[in-house]
Each structure stands twice: as C-alpha cells, then as structure tokens.
Design a protein around this ligand. Structure first.
Ligand SMILES: [Zn+2]
Length: 78
C-alpha cells in the first residue's frame, strides 16, 4: 500500500505532508484522511537506512493512543 502524502484540512483544502508538518509545528491538528475522513497526523521522513520511510500521514487511533497495543515484533531493540 502506498504511503499517503496528501491530506485534507478541516476546511476541505488538500495539502501535502510537507505543508502539514509545517502547520503541525504551528499547532494545527485538523488533518483528515482523503480516503476515509479519519484524523491523521503527519510524520517526518525517517532516518536513512534499510526501512527508511518518506514523510507520510498516519491515522490517529480513535482512543488517542492511550490503549496502544504493542506489536510482538516491536519487543526487540537495536
Ligand atoms: Zn484513511
């Protein structure tokens, strides 16, 4: 699945992840998914390496992340 690199703001404007990161730093949080309309948050490009990801949006869990489940594969640390 391709990473999403565009989202919509509450006013319905389509913006890029670069724009969203800039707005995010200014305190804006009203980003929604173009595909499904759920809240999303912009993520910066990760550090160079095998699993490097470009800047992209991720859905925000509806519980706000309080009950975030850790995937089993996440127990190993580099
Ligand atoms: Zn979505």
């Amino acid at each position: 699945m391709p990473l999403s690199t565009e989202c919509r703001t509450a006013s319905g404007k389509t913006i890029t992840v670069a724009d969203a990161l800039k707005l995010n730093r200014e305190g804006r949080r009203d980003f929604v998914c173009i595909g499904c309309g759920q809240r999303v948050s912009p993520h910066k490009e990760s550090k160079p390496g095998k699993h490097q990801q470009a800047a992209h949006f991720e859905h925000i869990p509806s519980d706000g992340g309080r009950n975030r489940e850790r995937p089993l594969s996440d127990t190993k640390r580099g």
